[in-house]
Design a protein around this ligand. Structure first.
Ligand code: NAD
Length: 698
């Protein structure tokens, strides 16, 4: 994740590190430095380039090659393979093909013909913007401070005033081939320029070396920041209209609202949520100008592509915090927002525009509380929130020194529904089977819990992993984050037998992701003792963890699922021992049998709400299981009169199929029952035990 650093923007260039780098490596180095600071450019925003002499693979002759950030990706984490490479002479020759502004989109199809060295990285729409500026190194950034100047009504005069002729200025134009030619023309006609501000968009800067380009970019942003800081009128946003609620109340309110809201906007596609109550957000949502500024919409194309042109302001008074009143008015307010969005589409659409997209808001501003953002996955929701913070910074700067202007509606539409943008969306891979779903996995630090979490993550779900063992949980979360990325996994330490702790897990799930769709109730222990040696303590421990714990987790999840009105799916990881009585394990077997029956009872109550409940019964999952690390293995070995090392082979040979059961096998069954593949199954039991006749169900 990028940092929004507070320290001044200073050069991080390390001459010693750069000394041995080739030109492409210097481009990469510069790009990573620029992309690691949110003040310099937003996520996925901006691009960099270098024109490098290289040997042509066909002729061996030296040719000029444009290395430019390719389509997609982010400068902060880009690697060399994220850059496209194109012959400069071919890019120049393309000019003879250009038929004028009305036909500029067709130029995109020519770019693959300019590819150097069979590089598969697709060239981005911004490629001509870099190619035609006749400088060796070019940066294109989206710094909040510069966009603030670019989004002012008097942006041209301000650019002159602040940069005293060092930067040129071009009026708003959708990025594309034609803008590339305009940049060429201006940079050539005024050779003294160090860069150009694009109205309503961002900044171009250049240099003869990678280092000088980087430093010019930084110096330009710094100058803009310092000028704004010195000149922004106080108080910003018309001053504070209301005081923010205390932090705890803010997050409690957000956690209550998120599942309700999520339910209302996830009818066609499951959404995931993100909550932000940082100082920058609170200043805006508590200000007098909140409503009028929010209505103006965002300016930079990158911003509104992520955030939609306008946010949704929730009617909430932190002076009289009445959540019920908010909820009562939500349906109507959301309907108004959707109707507005559809009217905007109808007003602006062209004959060949793509179909209208999801009309629900992305950004939700709550006075005194903060901001929620919802999108089809967690990273997109988080990034949309970050973009709106960029937009807030832009509004603060622009309105503080001049008049902030959003993009004209038609221009915004033409970007949002640009056929090239639509083609990008169409190229996106099909969503995974659990995309947008939120899973809560109890006992998540254990063998089966981790395997289940891994599979659900791989199928596109977000997972809140919970366990009583803090150390093992942190380790499991770290390992799973490597599989699925940090955004999709969260963890919460909790004892599943505590009513309060279970409520807190559900609150954490709501706050972290927006609610809950799948509950995998799996936390457990095993114990064995002949009846006469079964102490009340052993008995109670089994009842507490395996019965009370499953009851508490499912009750809390059931309540949240009902609120969301999106159905849901629960899977209880019980045991073969819940069906087959086992001598010397009465406490465990009885508790597991109760678990299974509890699942069936909830299946009955859940069906009218689309909530399914099923059971997976593992048996003898020795590898990976922490249950089998401890006393249980010794006890089972003793009771079966075998060596502890032979336990796995013993159970394998005891099974009908003569196979060992692995955590991944249980995960596969859990995934099946949790997912829509089992949409028509509830109240069922799936044994994953390599065959055990005693466990055959009716
Ligand atoms: P495991 O010990 O590896 O994992 C169980 C996890 O539950 C552990 O991380 C533990 O810390 C956690 N836990 C225990 N008490 C808790 C509490 N009070 N609150 C929160 N978390 C708690 O074991 P596993 O093999 O992965 O077992 C997972 C489930 O599968 C259990 O319910 C178990 O009974 C069941 N099961 C396992 C087997 C097997 O052979 N491994 C067979 C049948 C059933």
């Amino acid at each position: 994740m990028k940092e929004a650093r507070q320290a001044p923007i200073n050069s991080l260039w390390d001459d010693a590190a750069a000394a041995s780098m080739s030109e492409p490596e210097l481009l990469l180095y510069r790009s990573n430095l620029l992309g690691s600071d949110l003040r310099i450019t937003n996520f996925g925003g901006g691009n960099t380039s270098a024109k490098v002499m290289m040997a042509d693979p066909l002729t061996g002759e030296q040719v000029e090659v444009l290395w430019v950030k390719g389509s997609g990706g982010d400068l902060g984490s880009i690697k060399l393979d994220g850059f496209s490479t194109l012959y400069m002479d071919k890019l120049q020759a393309l000019k003879s093909r250009y038929r004028g502004l009305a036909h500029e989109d067709e130029m995109v199809a020519y770019l693959p013909h300019c590819t150097f060295n069979l590089n598969p990285r697709a060239a981005s729409i911004d490629t001509p913007l870099h190619a035609y500026i006749a400088r060796k190194h070019v940066d294109h950034m989206h710094p909040d401070a510069v966009i603030a100047i670019a989004a002012c009504a008097n942006s041209r005069d301000l650019t002159q005033k602040i940069f005293e002729g060092e930067l040129g200025w071009l009026p708003w134009q959708r990025p594309g081939y034609d803008l590339g030619l305009k940049l060429e023309q201006l940079s050539q006609s005024q050779p003294q320029l160090k860069g150009i501000i694009l109205e309503g968009h961002g900044l171009f800067t250049w240099g003869d070396t990678a280092k000088s380009c980087y430093e010019t970019t930084l110096a330009t942003i710094k100058r803009a920041e310092e000028w704004l800081n010195a000149n922004v009128r106080q108080p910003v946003f018309g001053g504070q209209a209301l005081a923010p609620l205390p932090a705890e109340q803010r997050s409690a309110l957000a956690a209550k609202l998120m599942p309700l809201l999520r339910g209302k906007i996830s009818r066609d596609e499951y959404k995931l949520g993100h909550f932000d109550d940082s100082a920058a957000v609170l200043e805006f949502v508590c200000s007098r100008d909140l409503e009028p500024l929010a209505a103006l919409g965002t300016s930079c194309p990158d911003h509104f592509l992520r955030t939609k042109i306008r946010p949704f302001v929730i009617d909430f008074d932190p002076g009289h915090p009445d959540l019920d009143a908010v909820v009562a008015g939500l349906d109507e307010a959301l309907e108004r927002y959707r109707a507005d969005y559809i009217a905007y589409y109808e007003r602006c659409k062209h004959a060949n525009s793509p179909k209208v997209r999801d009309a629900n808001p992305v950004i939700y501003l709550i006075p005194g509380v903060g901001m929620l953002s919802f999108a089809k996955d967690k990273a997109t929701a988080r990034i949309a929130g970050e973009f709106y913070v960029n937009a807030i910074n832009v509004m603060r700067g622009a309105n503080g020194v001049d008049t902030y202007v959003g993009l004209p509606e038609q221009e915004a539409f033409d970007i949002e529904y640009w056929l090239l943008e639509e083609a990008k969306l169409q190229r996106m891979p099909k969503p995974k089977s659990l995309a947008g779903r939120i899973a809560l996995v109890t006992g998540g630090a254990g063998g089966i819990g981790q395997a289940v979490a891994k599979q659900l993550l791989q199928e596109g779900a977000c997972v809140l992993l919970t366990d009583i063992d803090a150390e093992a949980l942190a380790e499991a979360k770290g390992a799973l984050a490597k599989v699925a990325g940090k955004d999709s996994i969260a963890s919460a330490v909790a004892n599943i037998t505590s009513e309060e702790a279970v409520e807190e897990i559900l609150t954490a799930s709501a706050l972290q992701f927006g609610g809950v769709d799948l509950l995998i109730s799996n936390a457990g222990i095993a114990s064995s003792a002949p009846l006469e040696d079964t102490t009340l303590e052993i008995w109670q421990r089994n009842q507490d963890i395996l019965v009370k714990g499953y009851f508490l987790a499912s009750r809390a999840a059931f309540r949240m699922m009902k609120q969301q009105k999106l159905g849901g799916s629960m899977v209880f990881v019980a045991s073969k021992n819940g069906l087959v009585a086992s001598a010397g394990a009465s406490a465990y077997c009885t508790a597991k049998a109760a678990e299974i029956h509890l699942a069936r009872c909830i299946a009955l109550e859940g069906a009218p709400h689309g909530i399914r409940v099923n059971v997976v019964n593992p048996d003898a999952v020795i590898r990976g299981s922490r249950i089998w690390d401890g006393k249980w293995k010794q006890e089972r070995a003793q009771s079966n009169k075998i060596d502890a090392d032979d336990v796995e082979a013993f159970y394998r040979d005891r099974s009908m199929l003569k196979l060992s059961v692995l955590p991944e096998d249980i995960a596969e069954a859990v995934y099946f029952l949790a997912s829509d593949k089992a949409a028509k199954s509830t109240g069922n039991i799936l044994n994953v035990d390599a065959g055990n006749a005693g466990a055959f169900t009716r």
